[in-house]
Design a protein around this ligand. Sequence first.
Ligand SMILES: [Zn+2]
Length: 110
Amino acid sequence: MSGVYRQSPRCSNITGRIPDDNTYHPSPAIFLSLMITVYCAACGKKLFRYQKIGKGRLLHCWHTRISSDYTVREDDDVYCSCGQHIGVIETKWINMHGGSFTVKGSALKK
Ligand SMILES: [Zn+2]
């Protein structure tokens, strides 16, 4: 697919670097974008359907990119319904607790 990372005046501020998921919020038209599903590592239940950008590890889940949310919220903490701690809610994203979840989706293939 030529043209996916094509440089254009419109995105000149981010050329030369393919961002990971946690630092940029690029246009899906420019960068790889696909839906992934996040599962609880303890019980296997579905936690999120999420629009992943790029191929980096999933460290944060931007609130604006979560399309379905099956988690339980208690104050600033995010839990699976089984009680597994999944992450902490920040202003713009959920800070995912590493090891508490698994991800399915081609974004993580290397
Ligand atoms: Zn669970």
